[in-house]
Design a binder for this molecule. Sequence first.
Ligand code: AMP
Length: 113
Amino acid sequence: MEDCLFCNIAAGKIPSDIVYEDDRILCFRDIHPQAPVHVLVIPRVHIASVADITEENCEIVAHIFACIPEIVRILGLTEGFRIISNCGADACQSVQHLHFHILGGRQLKDHMG
Ligand code: AMP
């Protein structure tokens, strides 16, 4: 989608600090990190949010999760990490392109807020 920030990052039209990429997904550092390590994993294809995952497009989600062990190895998150996907207004989703936050590098709070 032309006016989607993460589509433009995926297309290389907007620069990002890339950690991992392949033909289907991209992982880059969050511009406003909430932890010492904070990256976003996105599909290159536009899916607006978790609420838009279907039987037809869900294979990309499996691929993202299959890549996460390699991504956290690259990031050195040997002590653990958290994965979050905000969906919709109540969850404060600010970019309408499916993304999974990976947070780590410090002891994270034991609640989900
Ligand atoms: P969410 O609020 O869950 O939709 O997450 C969107 C995330 O995208 C936020 O954590 C932002 O800091 C991050 N973000 C916004 N613009 C950029 C950008 N140009 N490069 C990297 N991260 C970004």
